[in-house]
Write a protein that binds this ligand. Structure first.
Ligand SMILES: Cc1cc2nc3c(=O)[nH]c(=O)nc-3n(C[C@H](O)[C@H](O)[C@H](O)COP(=O)(O)OP(=O)(O)OC[C@H]3O[C@@H](n4cnc5c(N)ncnc54)[C@H](O)[C@@H]3O)c2cc1C
Length: 382
């Protein structure tokens, strides 16, 4: 059996690794001319590190990223609001949360795929159902054929657009700046993640190991401006005037060209991810806001589940429909929870923000634990 996977992001690569383990021949097509070396970091939560371990990929053992041991929520000025019990959550779930540079994770996944072709500069433009299987047309005129097609081509997926029809993205009226930079600070503990919650604005400062930090910052803006943000570091620094010193320091130390801006977007939840020999994984299937830090995690879960159900089905279409059915409700709940959390995080009214922060500070420990652990629970399909 041969599979074509469109997109060599975290979802596509994990799917390819999982399919290979079940003996499926895989070819990955990636539009970008070469592997990405830039971009920010990611929190790979316990659910996803557990799935990766089932694929013999152990981030902590591979020395990729840093196991998260402390998770603190603060006000904008850096006053602690709450410690989240990240270590005991990881212990209960039996799998760590690991903060990584995105390009390091991609690199590790690619090494695990050794021997499987990943074709760069191969931009898929459309696919066609054939009497047997499916064919994909690339922008350079090449046509490739396979028994099944996996659209792992992100939020602007061409596979999704063809199978589900064109649809607009939802915009949430804020921008997210991201970067990684060599950085240490006495207020960023080893293995630490510190989130600062302001009014219509947040910041995250995260140790990703090796003396490197990943930071992200958000700011409410009209959707049009969030989509086309082209300001510079000085503008970001102005946005964080009066915030904790480490926030301003890490931005000031980041070269302008290392900062990427991404608008906050997702899409309406798609009930049907495919038809016949075609399906979707990751952001192509269920793009979600970043608030819950589960977009890449759920793409990893998808890839594992897809290969599992395909290997157990008598034919391709049955395997893919079983995969979609097995993943639909979990993905739906993560998309919805990300939206709910995003609304709370980006509140702009200072009075309401004050109440939110009080609630964060005094919420019972059992409630905080339950809310944080829920998205990180995942059972491997059996
Ligand atoms: C600011 C920010 C912070 C985030 N933080 C976290 C986090 O902490 N934890 C977490 O789990 N998730 C996080 N996410 C979400 C996560 O990045 C995504 O959910 C994840 O990258 C989705 O992976 P994917 O492989 O589905 O899609 P993508 O990463 O978008 O990969 C798609 C790939 O397909 C390629 N492609 C696109 N079109 C074509 C085409 N036509 N032909 C061939 N190739 C194509 C692209 O070049 C790309 O390589 C964050 C996202 C953002 C924006």
């Amino acid at each position: 059996m041969k599979a074509l996977v469109i997109g060599a992001g975290i979802g596509g690569l994990t799917t390819a690794i999982a399919l290979r383990r079940h003996g499926v021949d895989v070819e990955v097509l990636e539009a970008a001319p070469e592997a990405r070396t830039s971009g920010g970091g990611l929190g790979i939560a316990s659910n996803a590190t557990k799935v990766l371990r089932a694929l013999d990929i152990d981030l902590a053992a591979a020395g990729v990223g840093r196991v998260c041991e402390h998770f603190r929520l603060c006000t904008a000025s850096g006053r602690p609001l709450r410690e989240l019990p990240i270590r005991s959550i990881a212990e209960e779930l039996g799998s760590p949360v690991v903060n990584v540079r995105r390009s390091d994770l991609i690199d590790l996944l690619r090494r695990s795929l050794a021997g499987t072709p990943v074709r760069h500069g191969a931009e898929a433009v459309s696919y066609r159902r054939e009497a047997e299987g499916v064919s994909v047309l690339c922008a350079d005129g090449r046509t490739l054929a396979a028994d099944l097609l996996v659209g792992a081509d992100g939020i602007r997926s061409v596979v999704r657009a063809q199978s589900a029809g064109p649809e607009p993205v939802h915009e949430y009226g804020y921008v997210c700046w991201i970067a990684t930079v060599p950085f240490r600070h006495r207020r960023l503990p080893d293995g630490g993640a510190v989130h600062y919650w302001g009014s219509g604005q947040r910041f995250g400062l995260i140790d990703i190991g090796g003396g490197q930090a990943y930071w992200w910052g958000t700011k409410n803006l009209p959707p049009e401006q969030a989509r086309r943000w082209s300001g510079g570091r000085a503008e970001i620094l102005r946005s964080y005037q009066g915030w904790a010193e480490e926030v301003r320091e890490v931005v000031a130390r980041t070269p302008q060209e290392s900062i990427t801006a991404v608008p906050a977007q997702d899409r309406s939840f798609l009930e049907s991810w495919g038809d016949g020999p075609v399906t979707l994984v990751g952001d192509a299937a269920h793009p979600m806001l970043t608030s819950l830090s589960q977009g890449a995690g759920s793409a990893i879960e998808d890839g594992y589940a897809l290969a599992h159900h395909l290997a157990r089905a008598g034919d391709v279409a049955t395997g893919l429909r079983r995969y979609e059915a097995a993943r639909r409700e979990r993905a739906r709940s993560l998309v919805a929870a990300s939206r709910r959390l995003s609304r709370l995080e980006q509140l702009g009214n200072p009075l309401v923000v004050g109440l939110r922060n009080l609630a964060l500070r005094y919420a019972p420990a059992s409630v905080v634990r339950r809310q944080n652990i829920a998205p990180m629970r995942c059972e491997l399909p059996s």
